[in-house]
Design a protein around this ligand. Structure first.
Ligand code: ATP
Length: 295
């Protein structure tokens, strides 16, 4: 088994009296593309910035390649890309000068790839960084992150301002990069449909902890809505484990389930003379249901 690239152990972080991260545990292996989900204010940026050593925790530790940040080698640090949610600075520089300047800090910088992305995503190399729109500025920082050809990429809502076309192209670049050089990626996003396209893991941050951490394909295969038709309203039964919700209706019940349930459903059908309809569910539906269940 490969050892984790990132391991966060028992990590807590408060701002004044408000505990945002609460004894959080989290690991990422090489080559994973992890989508970090959570409501506004859940603490996603705090977690990503803590991983980047931009925030001090109250307790616990963050290890990258088994080392605390201070013990990382220069070579390891140079292979980490970070795009913050808010980016500012270098407003006076032209796009191409800005990228050339930053590229100088990273030995693995791929200038040809960088130029290709600038062209592909229609940035004007001679435009001033300060004059870029919100979306263009995000593209610029995403290009910077990709051009490092990093081992580890940490992206805080990298696609929030991108139009759907560029969003899809960017997500494609992420996948290519992980295939090409084995990059590991963690990105936060509110666009759940995107994660189905690229992420192989999904982590849901709630109440200061990673409360759900799944392999995306396994999760997709195990979640479903079920509509159970019986003669009378049906109260929740013990037969179903891992229920996300259960609603009795006039002729039976509707439920959302979260584990492979073929055998349970068959047994239930026989025991209760019920008709069961299984309706596939998107990850977005799953996310909304899980959040709703905790309201
Ligand atoms: N520097 C700070 N000082 C005080 N409180 C802060 C600070 N930074 C963040 N917070 C608070 O911590 C909580 C978590 O914020 P954070 O930005 O990490 O959440 P998030 O999940 O990234 O949110 P969003 O999805 O809205 O970007 C919020 O309640 C926020 O107001």
């Amino acid at each position: 088994m490969s050892s984790p690239i990132l391991s966060v152990t028992n990590f807590s972080k408060s701002y004044a009296d408000a505990k945002v991260l609460d004894s959080l545990n989290f690991e990422i292996n090489q080559g994973d593309i992890v989508a970090l989900l959570g409501r506004n204010g859940a603490g996603k940026s705090t977690l990503l910035e803590s991983i980047m050593n931009l925030r001090n925790g109250d307790q616990g530790q963050v290890l990258l390649w088994g080392n605390k940040w201070d013990n990382l080698s220069q070579a390891q640090r140079e292979k980490i890309s970070f795009v913050a949610q808010e980016t500012a600075g270098f407003e006076w520089m032209k796009v191409d000068d800005f990228l050339t300047y930053l590229g100088g800090f990273f030995p693995s910088w791929d200038a040809n790839y960088c130029q290709k992305l600038v062209h592909k995503w229609n940035l004007d190399p001679k435009q001033r960084v300060g004059d870029l729109s919100g979306g263009q500025s995000q593209i610029l920082h995403v290009i910077q992150a990709l051009s490092v050809k990093p081992d580890l990429m940490i992206l805080d809502e990298p696609v929030a301002h991108l139009d759907p076309n560029i969003r899809r192209q960017f997500l494609g670049e992420l996948v290519e990069l992980t295939c090409e050089i084995g990059s590991t990626v963690i990105f936060s996003s509110h666009i759940v449909s995107d994660l189905e396209r690229v992420a192989n893991k999904v982590a849901l941050l709630m109440n200061g902890e990673i409360q759900h951490y799944y392999d995306v394909e396994e999760l997709k295969a195990s979640i479903a809505h079920v509509k159970i038709s019986t003669e009378a309203p049906l109260q929740q039964t013990e037969e179903f484990s891992s229920l996300i919700n259960w609603t009795p209706i006039a002729g039976g019940a509707t439920a959302t389930i979260a584990t492979p349930m073929k055998q349970t459903l068959d047994e239930f059908k026989n025991n209760h003379s019920a008709h069961i309809e299984i309706i596939p569910m998107s990850l977005e539906d799953w996310y909304l249901e899980v959040c709703h269940a905790t309201d």
